[in-house]
Design a protein around this ligand. Structure first.
Ligand code: 1GP
Length: 245
């Protein structure tokens, strides 16, 4: 059970690293290279997804499942990105936005397929935080991010998500964000909720990853940094593993 692994580690104060693979930005060659590195220094999870619809998702997930022994979790940008080969899915609801399509609509379309696949479903409140530039999520979902200085709004939204029964909360600055989710915002959100918190977007150096961990992130998500330089994986895994609160 993926969620049990997450909560067990959270209870022990162990931080976790999720490697994000965007099928639209990952060709077979870079996937093979990444797999080699993942075998040497495995992160805790692999997330697969992105804002655009990709033909590749199924193929990438099958290749990963045949090559590595860590959970592969869907991180879908829409209901078109469901692959029955994944171990689980972050069933995301874009709580920071007011677009019903991303709050509940895609979910209705995808629910029967997800149910029949038997994959583990982890309902996750997804909060887009202003990362200093227009993100793909903002553009594609047609929703506004929460201003990065408004941690009270983020905390109230996170709390509402927890009250609605969400199992995790994802603070997203957007892929390649200029500014990652601020320390104080992560800290404020953590002070209001007990469910595990993922933080991603613009975490492109060990120092930024460490800062997110210190602020309270239970899981840090990194995509872009590894797309640019897959060799960074080892260093990032070591920073997260070695974290002592
Ligand atoms: C994006 O939070 C993830 O959805 C990861 O962001 O690609 O900037 O690491 P990066």
């Amino acid at each position: 059970m993926i969620y049990k692994q997450i909560t067990d580690k959270k209870i022990k104060g162990q931080k976790q690293l999720a490697l994000l693979i965007d099928p639209d930005k990952t060709g077979l060659d870079s996937l093979r290279k990444l797999i080699e590195l993942v075998r040497l220094t495995p992160p805790d999870f692999i997330l697969v997804g992105g804002s655009l619809i990709s033909q590749n998702t199924d193929e990438i997930i099958k290749t990963l499942k045949n090559s590595v022994n860590i959970p592969v979790i869907l991180f879908p940008g829409s209901s078109f990105q469901i692959s029955s080969h994944a171990d689980g899915i972050l069933f995301l609801s874009l709580l920071s936005g007011r677009n019903p399509e991303f709050l509940i609509s895609h979910h209705v379309s995808a629910a029967p397929l997800i149910k029949s696949s038997g994959m583990e479903v982890i309902s996750t409140g997804y909060l887009l935080i202003d990362g200093g530039k227009v993100s793909s999520v903002e553009y594609m979902s047609n929703t506004k991010p929460i201003p990065s200085g408004k941690s009270d709004l983020a905390a109230a939204t996170a709390l509402a998500g927890e009250m609605m029964g969400m199992k995790m909360l994802y603070l997203e600055a957007g892929s390649g964000a200029l500014n990652p989710v601020p320390y104080s915002l992560i800290e404020d959100v953590k002070a209001h909720i007990d469910i595990p918190v993922l933080v991603g977007g613009g975490l492109n150096s060990p120092r930024k990853v460490l800062t997110a961990c210190k602020a309270g992130a239970d899981i840090v998500v990194v995509g872009n940094a590894f797309e640019n330089n897959p060799e960074l994986l080892k260093e990032f895994v070591e920073v997260v593993r070695g974290y002592q609160g």
